[in-house]
Each structure stands twice: as C-alpha cells, then as structure tokens.
Design a protein around this ligand. Structure first.
Ligand code: SF4
Length: 434
C-alpha cells in the first residue's frame, strides 16, 4: 500500500493497537491465527480447553494431536488388497524364491443347483457331478498348511455345498492353520453342520443378488420358495453365532447387472433386517470374449441407488460398493478399451485359483486353457505342485507372454495386486523423497 506521496505504508500502521503488540502473521482467508501467547501459558497442560469466561468459544487453541476418529477405519477392505500385511512373501518374490500363495480361491465342484444369469462359471464348461473327491480335498488342505498357504476361499466354479466334504475340509483347515471361508448360494447348506461352519470358517458369504422374491426368481432363476428358505437359514446362522459367540463373519454379495438395478436398495434393507455384517456389491466379471455381454457403461445408471445403499451402513452393518471395479470400465478411455494400469501380471504367485475338478491354474479366467494348467490335486500333492518346475514355468509364461491388455478381461481377481506389484517393480524417480 502506498501513501499519497508514494512512500510505502508500514504494516503496523494498518492494524489495530492490540494486535500491534504481537503482529504475527495474517491469513488471506481472515481465519484467526493461533494465539501463541495462550499456547505458552498452558504449556504442558493437556486438560481439555475451558470455555472463556462469559463465552462459548475456548480461549485455548486446540492442542489435540491424537487420532481424530473422523476417518472411520475400513472394516473389511472389499475394494482393495492386503498385500502390505504379507511383506515376507513379497520379499521372497523379490529374492526370486519359490513360495506358496498367500490365498487360494477354489471351486469344490463344477456344477450348481441354481442358474444365476450373471454366472461366469457357465462359460468354463460346467460338468454335472464333477467335484474334488473327499480324500484329495483333505490331502490338499493338509498340503496347504504344510507349504504355507494362509487362507483358502471355497469360491468359484460350482456350488461348494454340493461337495459333501466341504464341512470336514473346513474343520481340518483350522487344525492345520489355514483360514477358511466360503461363498455359497446357501440353499443346500447343511444346518446339521452349521456349528462346524461357524466355528471354523472366518467368513461365509451368501451369493444373493436380489432383495425381493420376484427379483430372486428373475436373477437366480430359482423358485420363490428358495428365497424364503435362504432367509431362514441366514437368520438361523446369525442367531447361532450370537448365542454361541462364534467369530465367523456373515455377509451378502450382490453381483450387479442391469437386470437387478431395481434390487439394490431392497437388498441393502434386507441385509440389515437379516442381521448380517455386510452387503458388498461388485461388478459382473465377463470373460475376455465378452460372452456374458456385460455393458459396463450402464453401471452409471445405478450410481444414485448404490450411494443410497451405502448410506444405510451402520456401526454393525457395512454396505460397500466395489467402486474401483465398477468404475473401471468408465474410468479412462484406455480402460474402456480393456487397457490395464500395468503391463505385466505379477499377482498369480500370491493369489492362486483352483477349479472344482482339482485343476490348479494361476487364475480363474484361464481355467480350461491347458497351456496354463499347473497340475491337479486329485493326482498330485499340492506341496509338490507348488515346489515343482511346471508351476513356476507357468508363472513365467504369464509374465513373459500374456498381454494383459488383450488376453485378459477387465477386473480379474488379481487386478488390485497387480497394480501394487507393478508399482513396486517400476518405482518412480526420487523414491527417498516420500
Ligand atoms: S491379469 Fe490376466 S493372467 Fe493375470 S490373473 Fe488376471 S486374467 Fe489372469
């Protein structure tokens, strides 16, 4: 600011006398700057600030430096990965060692008692009656513990409860130190073995993609009575868990397709009424040939209802949308063309997938492609498969020859891991300037 004569006005001449004694800094926003004199006066005093005499405002600035609890802890992390909790395996990978997958998704059968219209397994040669035999399954569970697998999900391919050995496999897994879980349509869940499930499984997820009888018939192509039956079973499990103090998490998963956009809020409300811990809503995974015909651009139409559903979350009930995957197709022009955010798939040694006939593959989308078949647990020990040359030659084949932009469908199971591992392998410059 200039005087009439052109000389500069001093800053002190423009402020009130009280401030003049302690000018400090002024903010452009006009927000009051912390009163440092007050800080000095209360140094070492950690008691909460007291209201100023005759006023609501505190005379002492906020000195709280602990957690604010404004950012809620994410309870399940459905829309991401947990690799940072397994850095020992990452280090083994960086050293070029052979190591067991942290997690395996595996089918126990190759057939199902429902015919959900979004089912990925139908493009992978479902075969009635095909399943992993009891003896091979139990041997596999023991081998998994021995080789160092940390968790197994009975997920994918056919319905797991159609394999009668599923319950004994869960009991055995706990004794050999492998966390176990199951995704099921729930209709054939043997309630006589409910205690074994709740006691030994870390979580059970019900594949339910509708919130009304009519929607259930439409999406799962199953009888309306089955919708009632499923709700009864879930309610019974929730009650048993409470009564006996089991830790098993119980949840619902909705696979989002345009045919069930009208069911989003109905199912979110149903989950709360059933007393489950969560509802997760995920994208429908299509094959690399687009055989299920999913038009990802339509997901934008569901956005408002998805947000309303998430708003139904409470302290005890989480509704979470896998936005990263649902938005993937629309995220960038590159993604729309199927281009991924990494060039090489590094994730398969950490997360493996097994077909319901015992075939071991690096990933579910490659089921049935003999070039990537690593072995079969009905004929071989899983320990030998993981430590053998063939297993690692297939991983190398993927790293070297698979073009993830062309050979893979959007949003496969290893996608989150691949982004993390790609970044690790391709650091930016100046990494020490964190
Ligand atoms: S990126 Fe491709 S190869 Fe890797 S896991 Fe996904 S589908 Fe399989």
């Amino acid at each position: 600011m200039e005087n009439k004569d052109g000389s500069l006005l001093s800053a002190a001449s423009t402020v009130a006398p009280a401030t003049l004694q302690r000018p400090g800094h002024k903010l452009r926003s006009g927000v009051a700057v912390v009163e440092r004199a007050a800080l000095t006066a209360t140094e070492g005093d950690l008691s909460p600030p007291q209201p100023a005499p005759g006023g609501e405002e505190s005379a002492v600035p906020n000195q709280f430096t602990g957690p604010s609890f404004r950012t809620r802890r994410e309870r399940f992390r459905f829309d991401g990965h947990k690799m940072i909790y397994h850095l020992d395996r990452v280090a083994a990978w960086q050293r070029g060692e052979r190591f067991a997958p942290i997690h395996i998704d595996m089918g126990l059968t190759k057939f199902c008692n429902t015919a959900c219209i979004y089912c990925y397994a139908v493009v992978q040669n479902m075969s009635r009656g095909a399943m992993i035999e009891r003896e091979a399954l139990l041997r596999f569970i023991e081998d998994s513990g021995r080789v160092g697998v940390r968790s197994i999900g009975f997920i994918g391919d056919g319905e797991p409860t159609l394999n009668p050995a599923v319950y004994d496999a869960a009991v055995l897994a706990r004794t050999v130190g492998v966390d176990i879980s199951m995704a099921t349509n729930g209709l054939l869940l043997d309630m006589e073995r409910a205690h074994d499930c709740l006691r030994n499984m870390t979580w059970i997820r019900f594949n339910l993609s509708a919130g009304s009888t009519e929607g259930f018939r439409r999406v799962h192509q199953s009888k309306g009575d089955n919708f009632t039956l499923l709700q009864e079973k879930i309610r019974a499990l929730v009650a048993m868990r409470k009564q006996y103090g089991y830790a098993c998490t119980l949840g619902l998963q909705m696979v989002l397709i345009p045919e069930n956009f009208d069911q989003i809020l109905l199912e979110a409300e149903l989950g709360a009424a059933l007393g489950v811990d969560y509802l997760v809503i995920k994208q429908c995974s299509d094959s690399e040939y687009g055989e299920l015909g999913v038009d990802y651009s339509l997901y934008a139409q569901a956005e408002a209802d998805l947000k309303k559903a998430e708003a139904l979350s409470t302290a005890d009930y989480v509704v979470q949308v896998k936005w990263n995957k649902i938005n993937a197709a629309a995220e960038t022009a590159l993604y729309q063309e199927g281009i991924r955010k990494y060039d090489i798939c590094y994730g398969t040694p950490f997360l493996s997938q097994l077909s319901g006939n015992g075939d071991v593959y690096p990933c579910g989308p490659f089921y049935g492609k003999k070039r990537f078949l690593m072995g079969n647990i009905q004929q071989q020990s899983y320990y030998d498969i993981v430590m053998g040359d063939r297993y690692w030659a297939v991983h190398e084949d993927i790293r070297t020859w698979v073009d993830v932009h062309k050979d893979c469908a959007i949003g496969c199971r290893q996608d989150y891991l691949n982004k993390f591992l790609w970044d690790l392998k391709n650091p930016p410059e100046h990494v020490n300037f964190i």
